[in-house]
Structures are given as structure tokens and as C-alpha cells.
Design a protein. Structure first.
Length: 379
């Protein structure tokens, strides 16, 4: 690993906060709601050298977690960037410590850190993948499939993704949409396709026996069946279900990962940089899981090419031994805001080359989908 602390520091001049409106190619329904378009906050670190870009994964509404895009922008401008030095040298590795006094708001912090990190890496000619310790230049690609109106719709959508070459399917589930859709997908496409489910907290502690009925389908894992604050409940469910339990929402830090593992709440962890406050904490989660023999995989939050490229760098670390939600750009977007969107080849996605995140912004298209732009401090 190219040591981040050894890179030359950069000098920040300020930040640009840009909101972008992008329709999804198809509605994405989970147990907590349906998204048809995203209102995305992009953070641009303005420096003496190359600019850096970070993508905030907060949703339009506070449904996945308590964060949402308006709040993320507000806390970023009023409470977070005010803690960072403007005009004097800074290292990306120091950002999390400087933002630490502010409670939570991890998606907002993560986007700011990502922008500073991208800028510092570009200034030093180092890729994010190299900086994080990536050991692959491409990774297998899984796709997350939302809850559909009908089973027939689900079969045709999953069939399309299998035709595209995706090597793993994740089905969103909720009470009333679980045993039947999973059973139909297994019967239609066979026992060989790697299949897993994600409940996004939709079940209760009483649902152990019901969830155990999913065991017959040979799933890779069941993701986040219970509310995020019920780690002990997940341990209770894990005793009743043979399929490995995986946590997403509950794992907000390396500390939370250690706690969940020690309490027997999960055998697998989904890592999302935004959920844990940035790519550096995400790498720390990877490390604590690796030390404890817990495999991890890279989650997604319907990112554009900026966030997706950074996710790929993370997903190339050695303990990412389970296929992640690292689908191609066209899974969500008709047109991406980067010049070389992630494409699927042979069931895999390739890490971009170059320094920082490796992507180039499609500035004309980005302008055309920008709904607001704020620069702080004002020039
Ligand atoms: O739970 O993994 C999740 C999207 C929004 C909020 C939560 C989740 C998801 C996904 C998307 O499953 C996966 C992707 O971005 O490819
Ligand atoms: Mg999830």
C-alpha cells in the first residue's frame, strides 16, 4: 500500500457543492420505499492543484438511514468544512479526525473526505486503488434487483441481468415478498446462480422461523433482516437460520463491525464507504473483518460513475471475497456524468486507470443536469 500519510499534502481553496438531478432507468423499490430519480450531492474540493470529486450517497429522503441530501448539504457547509483548514496544507488522512467532533452525518463526511482524497491522490499521481491496497484490476459484478409489481416482472428482469452476464443476483425482500419470489427465481434459473436477499430492516425478532424457510433456497446470505440498532436481535436470528446473516445498515464504523462480530450477529459484512464515513474508514472495516475471518463485499447506493469508480477501488481489496453490488452504469443511468462509465465485460467490471478515482467528469452533461451550485468560501 502506498502510504497515504507519505503523500505530499495539498492546499484547499474551498469546496463546491453541486446538486444533480438524474432519473433512474427504472424505479428501484426496497422495503423502505421506491426511488424513481436521484437528487445527488457532489462535493468538489478546490485546490491549488487538481480538483477532487466526492459523491454523497444520502438519499432524497431519510429512509435508508437518518441522512438525506438536503441535510447532508446543510451540515457540510455549516458544520463540516468549517473545521477544515483553507489555505494551509492538509492531508486527506486528517479529514476524518477533524470532522470527528460532529456526531454521525457519515455520508456527508464521507463525501468531503472523498473529494479531498481524490484531489490529494491526483496531485501525487497515485490511484485510490493503490492507496487503499487493492490487489485486483477488475472484480466480479453483482446486481441488486428491486421489489417488483409481479413475479412475472421479476423473472423477466432477473433473466435480463443473467443474459447481461451478472454473476450474482441480490433480491430485495420484505414480508409478503420473500419465499415466493426467491422460490420462483430458484426454480426458473436453477440452483447454480449465486443468489442472496436484502431485507433493509423489514423483519422483527419474531421472524426467525419464517426467515429459516429461506434456508431451502441455498442463499449466499440474508442481509439486514432487523432494524439497524438491534445487533443482539440479529444474533438471535443467526441462531435460528442456517443461511449466513450479513449486516449493512448496522455497521456504521470499524467499532460497530467488531461489536457485531463479537456478538455473533453476522458472518459476513457489506461495506459502503458512505455509511461508515468514508473510504478510509471503509478500509478499516475491511481490515478488522479480515483479522477476524469475516469476509466482506462492497455495497452500492445507486451512485453515479464518481462513486462507483471509488467503490471499485475498495472492492479490489483482498478480503472482498464475496461479489459486490458493483453493477454497470447502465443498470441505473441512461447517461452517466463521467466520460467512461463502468461497463460489464464477462461478468466483471474493471477499475479505471489513472490517479485518484481515475474518472473524468463529462462537464457538458454535468452542467445540463445540475440544479444548483454553491461555492464556499465565495470567491
Ligand atoms: O441496502 O444495499 C442496499 C440502494 C439504496 C439503499 C440501500 C441499498 C441499495 C442497493 C443498491 O441495494 C445497490 C447498488 O447500488 O447497486
Ligand atoms: Mg443493503
Amino acid at each position: 500500500m502506498s502510504r497515504l500519510a507519505d503523500l505530499s499534502p495539498i492546499v484547499l481553496r474551498g469546496f463546491e457543492f453541486r446538486r444533480v438531478a438524474l432519473p433512474l432507468v427504472s424505479p428501484f423499490r426496497t422495503s423502505f420505499g421506491t426511488e424513481t430519480a436521484r437528487d445527488i450531492l457532489l462535493v468538489r474540493a478546490l485546490t491549488d492543484g487538481p480538483d477532487g470529486w466526492g459523491e454523497c450517497v444520502a438519499g432524497n429522503d431519510p429512509l435508508y438511514s437518518n441522512e438525506y441530501v438536503d441535510a447532508a448539504q446543510h451540515v457540510s457547509i455549516n458544520h463540516l468544512i468549517t473545521r477544515l483548514p483553507i489555505g494551509t496544507p492538509i492531508h486527506a488522512v486528517d479529514v476524518a479526525r477533524l470532522l470527528e467532533p460532529v456526531k454521525d452525518h457519515r455520508m456527508a463526511k464521507g463525501a468531503i473526505e472523498a473529494a479531498v482524497l481524490d484531489a490529494q491522490l491526483r496531485a501525487n499521481g497515485v490511484s485510490l486503488a493503490a492507496a487503499l491496497g487493492a490487489v485486483h484490476d477488475r472484480v466480479p459484478s453483482g446486481v441488486s434487483v428491486g421489489i417488483m409489481d409481479t413475479i412475472d416482472d421479476l423473472v423477466s428482469v432477473v433473466g435480463g441481468y443473467l443474459d447481461d452476464g451478472y454473476v450474482r443476483i441480490k433480491l430485495k425482500i420484505e414480508p409478503g415478498w420473500d419465499l415466493e419470489p426467491v422460490g420462483v427465481i430458484r426454480r426458473t434459473f436453477g440452483d447454480a446462480i449465486p443468489l442472496q436477499v436484502d431485507a433493509n430492516t423489514a423483519y422483527t425478532r419474531d421472524d426467525g422461523p419464517h426467515l429459516a424457510r429461506l434456508d431451502q433456497f441455498g442463499l449466499l446470505l440474508i442481509e439486514q433482516p432487523l432494524p439497524e440498532d438491534d445487533v443482539t436481535g440479529h444474533a438471535l436470528i443467526a441462531q435460528q437460520v442456517a443461511t449466513p446473516i450479513c449486516l449493512d445498515e448496522s455497521i456504521v464504523s470499524a467499532r460497530a463491525a467488531i461489536d457485531a462480530i463479537e456478538r455473533g450477529a453476522c458472518r459476513i459484512i457489506n461495506i459502503k464507504a458512505g455509511r461508515v464515513g468514508g473510504y478510509l474508514e471503509a478500509a478499516a472495516v475491511h481490515d478488522v473483518c479480515r483479522e477476524r475471518g469475516v469476509p466482506v463485499w462492497c455495497g452500492g447506493m445507486l451512485e453515479t460513475g464518481i462513486g462507483r469508480a471509488m467503490n471499485l477501488a475498495l472492492a479490489a481489496l483482498p478480503n472482498f471475497t464475496i461479489t459486490g453490488d458493483v453493477s454497470a452504469s447502465e443498470r441505473f443511468w441512461r447517461r452517466d456524468i463521467v466520460t467512461e462509465p463502468v461497463r460489464l465485460h464477462d461478468g466483471h467490471v474493471t477499475l479505471p486507470g489513472g490517479s485518484g478515482s481515475g474518472v473524468s467528469i463529462d462537464h457538458d452533461f454535468l452542467e445540463s443536469v445540475t440544479t444548483s451550485r454553491v461555492v464556499v468560501p465565495q470567491g
